[in-house]
Design a protein around this ligand. Structure first.
Ligand SMILES: C[S@@+](CC[C@H](N)C(=O)[O-])C[C@H]1O[C@@H](n2cnc3c(N)ncnc32)[C@H](O)[C@@H]1O
Length: 167
């Protein structure tokens, strides 16, 4: 039992007795205790039928795609790399000459490889398969920056600086 779940177990009777929000609070705290890492969260989400979230669909996805497609076209960008490519819903709207999608969730990468198996302009990699010379004209992170993780812990690492230099 983790420290948080132990505290929760002790506080549960008091929290549950709070009218209306009590049971909700217990539920929320229990879910927080489930959180191990961003990669675990997203991978579990995709494996259990979840998707990349509302920002990757409909109006919001179209807004992002319209802006980026115009930008890529206007500046004649030949290659794009995206960190946090997700389930592929947003990528479906992208019109880029060459695209590399990187994700922390192995399930997302697997889903996208299947979804775009006939499209040679797109490839999908797990974050730890990105090599320092994976340069692109444009580097993106859409709706994923809050869980950004630099692939190594050395701020002056040549590999990471090269990756960031692609931005
Ligand atoms: C909200 S979805 C956004 C998907 C897509 N970029 C879009 O705009 O529709 C966030 C995605 O970022 C991925 N992600 C989160 N942290 C990441 C990281 N440090 N490196 C690579 N991918 C990451 C998650 O697995 C998830 O698929």
């Amino acid at each position: 039992m983790t420290e948080l779940s132990e505290k929760l177990e002790n506080a549960k009777p008091v929290l549950e007795s709070i009218p209306v929000i009590g049971p909700f609070l217990v539920h929320l705290l229990a879910r927080q205790d489930d959180f191990k890492s961003s990669s675990d969260y997203w991978d579990r989400r995709y494996r259990t039928g979840g998707n990349s979230g509302p920002g990757s669909y409909k109006r919001l996805a179209e807004f992002k795609a319209n802006f980026l497609n115009r930008f890529v076209d206007q500046y004649q960008i030949a290659s794009v790399i995206e960190y946090g490519s997700g389930d592929g819903a947003q990528v479906k709207l992208a019109r880029y000459p060459s695209y590399t999608g990187v994700d922390i969730s192995p399930k997302a990468v697997e889903m996208c490889r299947i979804l775009f198996s006939g499209d040679t302009s797109k490839r999908f990699l797990q974050w730890d398969a990105v090599v320092p010379d994976s340069m692109a004209d444009l580097s993106l992170s859409l709706d994923a920056s809050i869980s950004w993780r630099i692939p190594c812990s050395t701020p002056t690492c040549g590999g990471c600086l090269n990756l960031l230099g692609a931005s």
